[in-house]
Design a protein around this ligand. Structure first.
Ligand code: ATP
Ligand code: MG
Length: 425
């Protein structure tokens, strides 16, 4: 019978890889908590309408990347392609946004039917951070500072650069859209097919085109900056000042627009040159009209999301993965020939109680001492606790053997093992 394979673009994350993931997860969790953010969890499946109304009908994500289907009741559902929409839905549904400020974060799998390639998958994982109820540039700066702190914590500061832009209000973008449409219509014949279609449905999305000929054409197109209204420019100027005051280096990219319709004012991306075409590792911005758009009361909001897979790849490419991340075991407990499985299991259990946090594996499955020792060396543990045969008289002893090339060992009373290990691990 043929074996069933995983769905294309959906990866298994194997035990050799999970330590890297856990490392990033631990660093991020500690970091967001240090800024007072609280975790929220919401389903991977939502009404399709939620994503259509937030991300926008005429976006790559909604038009061609969503996993959408009718369930057994005929409800139109989609696997979440990103987290912001679900986060807003959940926060709003439970009254978290009513007259309150919220600092929230989440992590988990997202789903987009894209062409799989390095750094681009159909199931991928994001960590997202969202703040609600604060309209000033200070919270925008905080969101960006969290990401900057993450690069520092992961040793990636020199691998990423920050690009920011002010995309103005919805009205600004409408006026700009009209001017852009007029310009693009004059060059319609030179546009790629996708862009030609978008010209009429969502002209701003043409700016995001990755087709080189379209990009070349856009060099002489009108720019959004000319249409941005004064109130958003002063917000943006203050944000830049706050970033400078905190030594965050940035480049302004007037062509930066995001692939989701809900953003306004400031948007940003952290980009790396070390991952080829999939260079954006983290992206975000302000989205002041999304809550109202989804039926809530107008609530200012700003957030970001970063992709776990790209961070894993970047850590590897930049050689910034601490060696210790892959060490998953400290101690193994083995039996000399003639010592029972019961003794091994019991001692290991006692040691775990006495030494919380020390990672202890007991040898299971019997076998000769030499083969047990070989497994111990392969386990990655640093110390083997070897139970000696019971003595005729006197105290039961164990040998503590260093699992290195020298293999030095010392004999200690079984009652003293925990104490010795406490100082050795
Ligand atoms: P891109 O321009 O690379 O398609 P995007 O603008 O669609 O990215 P967002 O929707 O803003 O990306 O998602 C934020 C982050 O999530 C990205 O910066 C990236 O790190 C990650 N990401 C997005 N799509 C994928 C994917 N298909 N596979 C892996 N990571 C992804
Ligand atoms: Mg995309």
């Amino acid at each position: 019978m043929s074996k069933i394979q995983a769905i294309r673009g959906m990866n298994d994350i194997l035990p050799t890889e999970t330590p890297t993931w856990q490392y990033i997860e631990q660093v991020t969790q500690r970091l967001v908590q240090a800024y007072g953010y609280r975790e929220i969890r919401f389903p991977v499946l939502e009404q399709s309408q939620l994503f259509k109304r937030s991300i926008g009908e005429v976006t790559d994500i909604v038009e061609k990347e969503m996993y959408s289907f009718a369930d057994r009741n005929g409800d139109e559902l989609s696997l979440r392609p990103e987290g912001t929409a679900g986060c807003v839905r959940a926060a709003e549904q439970h009254g978290l946004l009513y007259n309150q400020q919220q600092r929230l974060w989440y992590r988990g799998p997202m789903f987009r039917h894209e062409r799989p390639q390095k750094g681009r998958y159909r199931q991928f994982h994001q960590v997202g951070i969202e703040s609600f109820g604060m309209s000033g540039p200070d919270i925008d700066a905080e969101i960006i500072l969290i990401s900057a702190a993450l690069w520092r914590a992961l040793g990636l500061t020199r691998s990423v650069r920050l690009e920011i832009n002010n995309i103005g209000t919805a009205a600004d973008r409408k006026a700009f859209g009209a001017a852009l449409t007029a310009f693009l219509q004059q060059h319609e014949a030179d546009l790629d097919e996708d862009s030609r279609r978008r010209l009429h449905s969502n002209p701003l999305r043409v700016l995001d085109s990755k087709v080189p000929s379209t990009q070349a054409l856009l060099a002489s197109a009108p720019t959004l900056v000319e249409f941005v209204s004064p109130e958003t420019s002063s917000h943006y100027e203050e944000l830049k000042q706050l970033l400078r005051a905190n030594q965050v280096v940035f480049v302004e990219n007037p062509r930066l627009v995001r692939g989701l319709d809900y953003y306004n004012n400031m948007v940003f991306e952290w980009i790396t040159d070390e991952l080829g075409a999939q260079g954006t590792v983290c992206a975000g911005g302000r989205y002041d009209s999304l809550v109202a758009q989804l039926g809530g009361r107008g609530t200012p909001a700003v957030g970001l999301a970063f992709g776990m897979e790209r961070l894993v790849l970047l850590l590897e490419a930049a050689g910034q993965l601490p060696e210790a991340v892959h060490q998953v075991l400290d101690v193994t407990v083995l039996a000399s020939d003639g010592v029972s499985a019961e003794q091994v299991l019991t001692l290991a259990e006692q040691l775990r109680t006495a030494l919380p946090g020390v990672r202890i594996m007991s040898h299971c499955g019997g076998g000769k001492f030499n083969s047990q020792l070989k497994k111990a060396y392969n386990s990655g543990a640093r110390i083997a606790v070897i139970i000696d045969p019971a003595p005729e008289s006197g105290e039961q002893t164990v040998r503590l053997r260093q699992l290195d090339d020298e293999g030095r060992s010392e004999t200690v009373a079984i009652t003293a093992v925990a104490g010795v290990l406490a100082t050795a691990t």
